[in-house]
Write a protein that binds this ligand. Structure first.
Ligand code: CMC
Length: 460
């Protein structure tokens, strides 16, 4: 079996069967000139080519099984495009990341997180009236149903806040049953605003529960990030001063986490949503996917690794060597990426903010020093150069969170808060696509073939 791409001028041989395009409609990318030829056991098939707005090419295999009887196999979806999407463009080779066409560096400098969320969800930058209305609506929905607060009493004190977050978000569909109809645009919009507004409250309550402090009600006179910080750190018995540098750093961190096209958690949200499960259920599934240490849990794992290195005397070379041995119990966390084969542009922004914040606070964090040394050693090492492994978004973010007093278990929760508008945008885009189908991959079965049933007394 062989697959090649070639130009349009080739006339198919009589033995060539031609697959129609997937018929996915105007969102499916543009049909490119030419086609891909696939030969299976002497039979030649032609498959349409698609091209995206940034000139990425795909072979449209949507009719492959129908015309050839074969499927493709791609563990981890390394070569598989699950959808076309107009939300985020990233070029892993060049280290480019854009939301709706705007470079991440520009958005991080000029916008706050709520404005970027609007951009992702509604597809355009808001006018000032639109942004005001969006902010007002988010403020209006910040509280959670009073009965939901009693949920927190039921979770063990030492529960991971990510577990609590996912559970409470899932439970929103029990309390807000008036906004669950995925086919009613008004209900969808209400559930979008509710989620955006309530997630910081749910997240901060998860933390307060874990340290045994009273849950702090949201304050609608504060900005999105200020409100989150006061719910995290205020206590009823004294005034809490919100540090504007922390607010700015948090805004930047949430912006750079806000979307990253078809990553594991976003694909999960799309997959769950493809069954027409409501938005709260879909996002709760995305939170579970994000929790894993290879995805959003990597920021926690990275800080724990850096702490270990500091405690071990800061010998970074030893750990770089350990990472190269590929012992399954140790990986250089915060390094490497499925898509980036260049410096992750988010890591660059975070490192700069990290530098600035620590200088402003006159803080010397040995972990930041170790992280920089580790980066230097790894980037000069042939193993990392060859495999194009660079620091990713999780490498420096933990250092900022620590400087802000955010405990390590909350790091993935912060990632979830940042990623929320991206998840929502993808869930919504999927629902509006004329190509929408329930996600249902196939498999190649490798188990037993038909065998005779043995009664239990005869089994050895
Ligand atoms: N330390 C040492 N070796 C590594 C690392 C690492 N962090 N990452 C990749 N490699 C090696 C890997 O062993 C393999 O080597 P070889 O070609 O000799 O078999 C090669 O690099 C390719 O790695 P891979 O595991 O096949 O790549 P992947 O695309 O399947 O995995 C990854 C990507 C992010 C899961 C992986 O790089 C990793 O585990 N990194 C550490 C965890 C981490 O920081 N995750 C956060 C990702 S960014 C935030 C997010 O998207 O959630």
């Amino acid at each position: 079996m062989s697959a090649t791409t070639k130009n349009a001028t080739t006339t198919p041989s009589p033995a060539t069967a031609r697959a129609p395009s997937g018929g996915a409609g105007p969102f499916a990318g543009t049909r490119a000139d030419g086609c891909a030829q696939l030969q299976i056991n002497g039979q030649l098939y032609e498959l349409p080519l698609l091209v995206g707005s940034e000139n990425e090419h795909a072979i449209d295999i949507s009719k492959l099984r129908a015309i050839t009887g074969a499927i493709t196999l791609d563990e981890g979806y390394v070569n598989t495009g699950s959808t076309t999407s107009a939300i985020t463009f990233l070029d892993g080779e060049k280290g480019i990341l854009r939301y709706r066409g705007y470079p991440i560096e520009v958005l991080a400098e000029k916008c706050d997180f709520v404005e970027v969320s609007y951009l992702l969800i509604y597809g355009k930058l808001p006018t000032s009236d639109e942004l005001d209305a969006f902010r007002k609506s988010l403020s209006h929905h910040t509280m959670i149903h009073e009965d939901m607060r009693s949920f927190y009493g039921g979770f063990p004190r030492d529960a991971h806040p990510m577990a609590t977050l996912g559970s409470v978000v899932g439970a929103l569909s029990t309390f807000y049953q008036d906004s669950l109809d995925v086919h009613d645009p008004r209900q969808v919009e209400v559930s979008v605003h509710r989620l955006m507004a309530k997630l910081p409250t749910i997240a901060a309550y998860s933390y307060k529960k874990s340290i045994g402090q009273p849950l702090i009600y949201p304050r609608n006179d504060l900005s999105y990030c200020e409100n989150f910080l006061q719910m995290m750190f205020a206590v009823p018995c004294e005034e809490y001063h919100i540090d504007p540098d922390f607010t700015d750093a948090l805004d930047m961190l949430l912006i750079v986490h806000a979307d990253h096209e078809q990553n594991c958690s976003t694909s999960t949200v799309r997959m769950v949503g493809s069954s027409d499960a409501n938005l709260f259920a879909s996002i709760s599934a995305g939170i579970s996917a994000l929790w894993g240490p290879l995805h959003g849990g990597a920021n926690q794992a990275c800080v724990e690794m850096l702490e270990r290195m500091v405690a071990d005397g800061g010998n970074v070379k030893k750990y770089v060597e350990l990472a190269k041995k590929k012992d399954p119990s140790f990986r250089l966390m915060g390094f490497g990426h499925r898509v980036y084969k260049n410096y992750d542009p988010r890591a660059r922004l975070i490192k700069t903010t990290c530098d600035q914040l620590l200088a402003k606070l006159s803080l010397r964090d040995p972990m930041f020093d170790i992280a920089q040394q580790l980066e230097e050693v790894a980037l000069a090492d042939e193993y990392f150069i060859e495999r194009k492994l660079y620091p990713n978004v999780d490498f420096y973010s933990g250092v900022i969170y620590r400087a802000m007093g955010i405990p390590v278990q909350m790091f993935p929760v912060l990632f979830a808060m940042g990623r929320l508008p991206g998840w929502i945008a993808h869930w919504d885009e999927m629902h509006h696509s004329p190509a929408k189908k329930i996600c249902r991959p196939r498999q190649i079965y490798t188990g037993e073939t038909l065998r005779a049933f043995e009664p239990i007394i005869k089994r050895s």
